[in-house]
Design a binder for this molecule. Structure first.
Ligand SMILES: CNc1ncnc2c1ncn2[C@@H]1O[C@H](COP(=O)(O)O)[C@@H](O)[C@H]1O
Ligand SMILES: [Zn+2]
Length: 343
């Protein structure tokens, strides 16, 4: 299959962090719009944002988290956040993503409360649908495991409130941040509360090797597993039994050094064992990728044929946090693409 097959394909993105998904060109545009900023120093910082050392480094993943500070600076004002949200949605729409679940950690600073942070994004999402060709955008609200429990509790309460105000957009919660920091167990009461309030859960799990924590998470039960890199085969089987879909982010894992190379990626193991997985970008800005590229890589490295790719799209529809009418419509659009493109 040619790259254009993946570019033209209507796609579904289920794992994308807002501040990690702004592409280099859009960061440049954002700098210009916010500060008239186009200096060589600014352009150098953009380069650093997307550059990863070639060699393996045990600390590569931790270093990745330092990169987000740059984007967080650009989105620390309401205007910056609103523009960034619009640009991220536009960039996904340009890649023919027709359904996008964006996730973000609400932040408070001198310009915004966490509530205002979320309201700014929700308004930008509402405006985006008409602007960008009918793309459906949902929001998952993230808890950063490297931050304290008070923040987590405030965020869950806000998520519950925002879900009742924007029920078609706010669909779930995520647990993310540096997996070497914090303990899942501590966030359990907050996540339990989210679950009781019917928020779906897409949690980062087993991104690093921590079998006990992964087990605690699986026993708690959630809907979708971000990465799942270090799940044991038994835990993968548990995912299958519990109907948990694994969100595989190939380039993210390779660039962060948790997977040595594409052909060593656990996607193969999942696929071979019939465990439901989907391909996602994670942070397409930081990792300088697109969903089309990730699917093309998956198809090449794991020798996936058209039916396999179609199957991945169907997996994604099954795992979406949206209503059945939206799923039916998306399925029709994707089936039509595969029926019309029989190369
Ligand atoms: C690479 N693998 C990853 N593992 C875990 N968490 C990640 C991540 N990539 C991104 N994030 C989480 O998303 C934030 C950026 O988006 P938002 O500011 O929330 O929009 C990061 O600060 C981190 O908390
Ligand atoms: Zn992630």
């Amino acid at each position: 299959m040619q790259p254009s097959f993946f570019e033209n394909m209507p796609k579904i993105e289920l794992h994308a962090h807002l501040n990690g998904s702004l592409k280099m060109d859009s960061i440049r545009e954002l700098g210009l719009q916010l500060y008239g900023e186009n200096s060589s120093d600014f352009l150098k910082r953009i380069q650093e944002f997307t550059t990863f050392p070639e060699e393996m480094d045990a600390d590569k993943l931790s270093k990745c988290f330092q990169k987000f500070a740059f984007m967080h600076e650009l989105t620390s004002s309401r205007k910056g956040l609103q523009l960034a949200t619009q640009m991220v949605i536009r960039d996904f729409a340009r890649d023919n993503v027709i359904y996008l679940e964006l996730r973000t950690t609400p932040k408070n600073n001198e310009h915004m409360t966490r509530r205002e942070y979320l309201e700014t994004i929700l308004k930008a999402i509402q405006a985006s649908r008409e602007a960008y060709d009918g793309i459906i955008v949902k929001l998952l609200i993230s808890i950063d495991r490297s931050q304290g429990l008070d923040a987590a509790e405030e965020i869950v309460n806000l998520a519950i409130e925002m879900k009742s105000q924007y029920p078609t957009i706010v669909r779930g919660m995520d647990l993310s941040g540096n997996p070497a920091k914090g303990h899942f167990k501590d966030f359990l009461p907050s996540l339990e509360k989210a679950k009781k309030a019917d928020l779906h859960l897409a949690l980062h799990c087993a991104e690093i090797d921590n079998e006990d924590e992964a087990q605690e998470m699986l026993d708690f039960q959630f809907d979708r597993c971000g990465h799942g890199t270090f799940l044991t085969l038994k835990q993968m089987q548990q995912c299958k039994e519990q109907n948990i879909t694994i969100e595989c982010c190939l380039t993210s894992n390779v660039k962060c050094g948790t997977v040595k190379d594409y052909d060593m990626h656990h996607f193969k193991r999942l696929h071979d064992n019939g465990i439901r997985s989907v391909i996602c970008t994670d942070d397409c800005g930081v990792f300088d990728s697109t969903l089309s590229q990730e699917l093309a890589i998956a198809s090449k490295v794991f020798s996936l044929n058209r039916n396999n790719i179609h199957g991945l799209c169907i997996n994604a529809i099954a795992a979406e946090f949206c209503d059945d009418n939206e799923k039916t419509d998306l399925r029709q659009r994707i089936d039509k693409y595969f029926a019309d493109n029989t190369e």
